[in-house]
Structures are given as structure tokens and as C-alpha cells.
Design a protein around this ligand. Structure first.
Ligand SMILES: [Zn+2]
Length: 386
């Protein structure tokens, strides 16, 4: 199905080999023609035939000439990244974080919206106003992506939004009706993983996982260069420490939720320092005073990653989210945890903790919009059709 709304752009009619060429240049460009032809299994003649109309209609551009040792210099191909802009929205219980991005999800602008009401109609109305405000500052917004900590169907319906207290809500249609732009929804961890796969640290990888820690615990899994649709990757209740005292909302002793949810770690830190108002950042600043809380959380994060790595044997595990600060701070402890449970034949897991700001979630949502825009269609499996 198409994005909710009417797309008016020059990506939509692309099909087959033309689409494959454009996507490859978007994801890997600037790219030399010879590399592009090799990656797509095309002869140089076919590639010239396919790229000619794409260059003529302004979708692709030729970069500066690259000298090569023998023969004529070649012109690498790239997309015109500002040919279309996108709005990404991360919805949480009481606020929305918005970004404006280009075709490669580079953030150009951002916005914040406090939400006093949570019912879907009120949220859609408030968001539409904020989107209008961003549109008045940026020409050429082509689509909107919205991500949230919920299950989503067909990029159209929120079917279980616990943080917002929503049941089944046709939120894409509700927002489209008000802002008259194509709207696509996705689960927030799935969107963030897509963003890493297309434009981030997962670019070019066949097998990797994104593990997120924060208000929830999430895992996006990429196998064969494709994101597995939900419900794959639910690691919330993986047992991390069977000897722990802490139990989760479902009564498990020492599962990931019990030990690694940001608010749970913070609660233990507050008890340890005797300050009920301690913030997450203050906890990190005072981490050396309370290693039993903070260093332990880092170790446990490593154990959780080991469970993921043992199943997947990934090229990389990327740790993201607003609640990963303790793992970055006690990286050695995290690696000890990851090694303690590492499978016998598994090489040491490559764990990456890129800098994370909350707006990264909104950037993930923008990638959902970019994908809808450039692919022009969605599969029913929770991921864009390819
Ligand atoms: Zn549990």
C-alpha cells in the first residue's frame, strides 16, 4: 500500500532496475559507476541507460570527477539530498520530538511539543500545528514519519500504544487529514534500527542488532541486510541475573526489565545515595560513589548483549537510547558481562555505543518517511517492501 496521503514526487513511479539504482545511490552514494554496476550486477551500458533519465529528471547528480590511474576520469553518482525533505516525529507519553531531515536523514531543524492531552484526536491536532510551523520554515517537505513505543500495523494503525493509553487507532489517517502530507507510522525501535541500517553505523552490514535502553528495552534485528519485523527481537524479559533480588512487572527475577529499565536503575541509585530527587544525569556524575548500582547495570547490559549475540552472531551490536549512559561509563564492565556468557565459538562481540541524543528517535521516524517516499510501497510485514 502507498503512504497514507498523496505523494507528489519523482521517486514514486520508479520501478524495478531504476528503483534499485536510485536506492543504491541513496544508501551508498557518492558511488563510482563501476562500483554501482558491480553491486547491481549490471553492464556499464545498462547502467548508463538506467541512470540517464534519473539524471535528467534531477533525482541523481554527477559528482566531481575522480581521477583513475588508467583511462578517462569517472563521475561518481549521488542523489540530490535536498530534493525532498522529511519530518520525523517521536511520540512519548507527554511530548513529541520533531526533526526535519533531508533524503539521507541529516537533521536540518528540530522542534519540541509538550502534550497536555493524550487522546489521539488532540495529539493529531497539536502535531499538525507543529508540522505546519516546520513547513513554513522549510520548503519541499514530502512526507511525515511518526514513531512511538507501540505495536503498529501497515504503517497506518497504532494497535497497542501502552505509553499513550491508546487502543487501536488509525493515527496515520488522522494526522494526514489535518496536515495533508503522506504519513507513515512505525514502532520506535524498528524505526531507529532502519535508520542505522540505511544511514548509520549499520550501513552495509548483513547481520547486526540494535539494543535500546531507556523507558523501555528494545532490540531491532537485521539478518541478511533486512530488518526482521516485530515481534522478533523482544528481549524485555530475558533473564540477565537469576540470583538478583529484583523482579519485573511480570514477576520474573532478574530479567532485563527488572534490572535495566532506566527508571529501575535510577530508583536503586536514589536508594543508594539517599536522595529521592536524584536525576539520571546526576546518577551518572556520581557513578563512582555507587558502583554497586551503576557498574553492575553496565555489566548486566553486557550479559543482555551476550544473549543477543549468541543467537545472532552479529557483525556488530549497537547500543542506543537515553538510558545507556551507564554502559558507556563502565565500558569494561559491560564487556566483561558480554564475555562472561559468550558462546564458546563466538568471537568477541563488536559493541558500539554511538553518541545519542533523544532527537535520534525522531530521526529514526524520518527514515520511515524517507523509505516510504523512495520505495513508494509498503509490505504488510512491518517493513518497507523491497
Ligand atoms: Zn520480566
Amino acid at each position: 500500500m502507498a503512504l497514507r496521503g498523496d505523494a507528489n514526487d519523482h521517486w514514486s513511479p520508479l520501478q524495478g532496475s531504476e528503483q534499485a539504482v536510485a536506492l543504491e545511490v541513496l544508501r551508498r552514494g557518492p558511488i563510482a559507476r563501476v562500483d554501482l554496476a558491480r553491486r547491481l550486477g549490471l553492464s556499464s551500458g545498462s547502467l548508463t541507460r538506467l541512470t540517464k533519465p534519473l539524471i535528467e529528471n534531477g533525482l541523481l547528480v554527477e559528482g566531481a570527477a575522480q581521477p583513475i590511474p588508467l583511462g578517462r576520469p569517472t563521475l561518481p553518482l549521488d542523489v540530490k539530498v535536498r530534493s525532498a525533505l522529511f519530518i520525523g516525529v517521536k511520540l512519548v507519553a507527554d511530548a513529541a520530538y520533531l526533526v526535519v531531515t533531508d533524503l539521507r536523514a541529516n537533521i536540518l531543524d528540530q522542534g519540541f511539543l509538550g502534550l497536555s492531552r493524550r487522546d489521539p484526536e488532540a495529539v493529531a491536532a497539536a502535531l499538525a500545528e507543529q508540522i505546519e510551523c516546520l513547513r513554513s520554515r522549510h520548503e519541499g517537505i514530502a512526507a511525515v514519519g511518526v514513531s512511538l513505543g507501540a505495536r503498529v500495523r501497515n504503517h497506518e494503525f497504532v494497535i497497542e500504544g501502552r505509553y499513550l493509553g491508546w487502543g487501536e487507532v488509525p493515527f496515520a489517517a488522522m494526522l494526514n487529514k489535518r496536515c495533508h502530507l503522506p504519513v507513515a507510522l512505525d514502532n520506535d525501535v524498528q524505526a531507529l534500527t532502519q535508520s542505522e541500517l540505511w544511514f548509520g553505523v549499520g550501513r552495509g552490514l548483513e547481520r547486526f542488532a540494535v539494543v535500546t535502553l531507556g523507558a523501555g528495552i528494545g532490540c531491532g534485528v537485521v539478518v541478511g541486510g533486512e530488518l526482521l519485523p516485530l515481534p522478533a527481537g523482544d528481549i524485555t524479559h530475558v533473564i540477565v541475573d537469576p540470583d538478583a533480588r529484583e523482579t519485573c512487572s511480570r514477576g520474573h527475577r532478574g530479567c532485563a526489565e527488572a534490572l535495566l529499565l532506566a527508571e529501575r536503575v535510577l530508583q536503586r541509585a536514589r536508594e543508594a545515595v539517599g536522595d529521592p530527587a536524584l536525576s539520571f544525569d546526576e546518577m551518572l556524575a556520581r557513578a563512582l560513589e555507587i558502583p554497586a548500582v551503576v557498574e553492575r547495570a553496565a555489566y548486566d547490559t553486557g550479559v543482555l548483549i551476550a544473549h543477543v549475540a549468541n543467537l545472532l552472531a552479529p557483525e556488530k551490536v549497537v547500543l542506543l537510547g537515553e538510558g545507556v549512559g551507564f554502559a558507556a561509563l563502565f565500558e569494561q564492565a559491560m564487556r566483561r558481562g558480554a564475555n562472561a556468557l559468550r558462546g564458546e565459538f563466538l568471537p568477541e562481540t563488536h559493541i558500539e555505543i554511538p553518541p545519542f541524543e533523544f532527537y535520534e528517535w525522531a530521526r529514526g521516524a524520518a527514515v520511515v518517511a524517507v523509505q516510504g517516499h523512495v520505495l513508494g510501497a509498503w509490505s504488510n510485514s512491518g517493513g518497507p517492501a523491497r
